[in-house]
Write a protein that binds this ligand. Structure first.
Ligand code: AHG
Ligand code: MN
Ligand code: MN
Length: 331
């Protein structure tokens, strides 16, 4: 008899570890898995169906061109949350402001979700891996009322759960509830996620560095000297470090999580606060990195301890293997 464990079964088993758990978070995680399957199916059809591939014709609040799939994915997750009834409000990259759901059942819900519906959307048209990143918090506002801005602007340390879905050579969902990191691969034939990567740990010292080297001249001297170190110093394999940069944060992060490595996107003149968004890109991945034994900082301080002030706030990001992040920070 095989030992296959579905995501649903895994979530149920974990809930039993907490005898007083109400099941709301379990149901929310299952809602996310459902939306992930819908988006995965859409991603697999990109290029075949006109309403999926290409530019949407608008821009998001950050002035970036929206792809049709950005909007399709955003709506798939919002629908799953509204139907599921465990979420009182959301914030996402594709919505200028947060959304407070109107229905009474939503107002009675205890959670908010912040998410990047499609990360790496410039890679959609060229068939390169993309993903979804999500972060879950308990609301601070009173249950039974509409979600408020304060529910969205919580420090990363307050995350109840976080994860990502990578639509790559297979579709994988990786998440943490603060008790380790586990990954589940989608079997597309039957539409089930199965536990494929139990208790994920990031190697303490990897061999890969991921950075947009086109920005090299804008990096500060410390980062330039760290990259020169990576390019010239033999690591444990006897060879210099290898550069790997996909341009989808979620895919670069996933590879480095498994193989060991560092991803760096610092503040640069073209993005003076950094390029990546604190609430729905950096915080969820930082929670996962720490749970897997890695580190995530803005180059100076821990990502999870930054107090957010804006929904689409950007920060620098140094994330990955513990020893590599420490070295890149000059520690
Ligand atoms: P998004 O597609 O959600 O806007 O995110 C894009 C991000 C991230 O995925 C990626 O690592 C980074 O932008 C790439 O930026 P550069 O093209 O400047 O390297
Ligand atoms: Mn993104
Ligand atoms: Mn995005």
């Amino acid at each position: 008899m095989s030992q296959l464990v579905t995501l649903h079964e895994f979530i149920v088993r974990k809930q039993r570890d907490f005898p007083f758990a109400s099941g709301e978070l379990s149901r929310l995680l299952n809602d996310i898995a459902l939306a992930a399957k819908i988006v995965s199916n859409d991603v697999r059809k990109a290029g075949l169906v006109d309403h999926i591939l290409g530019a949407q014709g608008g821009q998001n609040v950050q002035g970036e061109d929206q792809q049709k799939l950005d909007v399709v994915a955003d709506q798939a997750f919002i629908n799953a949350f509204q139907n599921g009834g465990e979420v009182c409000g959301i914030a996402s990259e594709e919505n200028d402001d947060f959304l407070a759901f109107e229905s009474q059942s939503a107002q009675n819900a205890n959670y908010v979700v912040l998410f990047d519906p499609l990360d790496g959307s410039s890679n959609i048209d060229v068939n390169v891996s993309i993903g979804t990143i999500f972060s879950i918090y308990r609301r601070l506002s009173t249950c039974g009322t509409k979600a408020e801005r304060q529910d969205m602007l919580q420090q990363g340390t307050a995350q109840v759960a976080a994860g990502y879905v990578l639509y790559g050579s297979s579709t994988i969902l990786v998440y943490t509830t603060g008790n380790g990191v586990n990954g589940f691969t989608l079997d597309p034939a039957i539409g089930e996620f199965f536990l494929s990567h139990p208790d994920m740990q990031i190697p303490e010292n990897g061999r890969l560095y991921s950075v947009n080297e086109g920005n090299l001249n804008d990096f500060d001297p410390q980062l330039r000297s760290y990259l020169a170190y990576c390019q010239t110093t033999a690591n444990q394999t006897g060879k210099p470090y290898s550069g790997r940069y996909i341009g989808s944060l979620v895919a670069d992060f996933h590879r480095n999580l498994i193989k060991g490595g560092i991803y760096i996107y610092p503040a640069v003149p073209s993005a003076p606060q950094g390029r990546l968004r604190l609430l729905y890109e950096c915080n969820p991945l930082a929670f996962i990195a720490e749970q897997a034994g890695g580190l995530a900082t803005d180059g100076k301080k821990r990502i999870l301890e930054i107090q957010p002030t804006e929904l689409h706030q950007r920060v620098g990001l140094y994330i990955g293997s513990k020893k590599m992040v420490e070295k890149a920070m000059g520690l």
